[in-house]
Design a protein around this ligand. Structure first.
Ligand SMILES: [Zn+2]
Length: 182
């Protein structure tokens, strides 16, 4: 499976698993592919099952209304806050000091929970990080009318999720609109 947009903030990557075409992580195979594409950003899950799918989708369904509210400068719905905080508290974490050979001291986060809860907590953590980031208000939706993907523009002029895809489609559509009577 390929994902149209990946490598945005982890919370946006999560939200972008719901596209105009459908839900890309609706089953274990889809979620496993997405987790593979996020390798290094989330702790590894050995076997992805329905439990992980449900946990990830629950965080995503809470993240969307929470982000929409924060983008408008409003308080997120209580249910969304409850769901995100529930995911965080279901996998208590502590920091672990490690020592990498040649790399020196480093800190890792250990979560005491099974894979589904751990995954949900890591994603909820990313959502909280985004919501509390002053740039959360700058999150944009792709301007293509049939695209719902979200991104945080590094450049204020960015209009498309992927310029080579949605930007091109918009250019082609404009071209045909201009020439349809000629
Ligand atoms: Zn797009």
């Amino acid at each position: 499976m390929t994902f149209p947009l990946i490598g945005e903030h982890l919370a946006l990557d999560l939200l972008n698993t719901r596209t105009a075409e459908g839900d890309l992580v609706a089953d274990p195979a889809g979620l496993a592919a997405w987790l593979g594409a996020q390798a290094g950003r989330l702790s590894a899950v050995d076997a992805v099952g329905e439990g992980e799918v449900a946990a990830v989708r629950a965080v995503r369904e809470a993240a969307r209304p929470a982000l929409d509210a924060v983008r408008r400068g409003e308080r997120p719905p209580a249910q969304a806050l409850r769901a995100l905080n529930g995911a965080l508290s279901a996998a208590p974490s502590h920091r672990v000091l490690t020592w990498g050979e040649g790399a020196g001291p480093a800190v890792a986060v250990h979560r005491q929970a099974g894979p589904a809860r751990r995954l949900a907590a890591e994603l909820a953590d990313a959502v909280v990080e985004l919501l509390t980031d002053p740039r959360a208000g700058q999150v944009r939706e792709c301007e293509a009318h049939d695209c719902v993907l979200l991104f945080l523009p590094a450049h204020p002029r960015r209009r498309w999720c992927v310029a080579g895809v949605c930007g091109n489609r918009a250019r082609v559509a404009r071209y045909y609109a201009r020439h349809k009577d000629g």
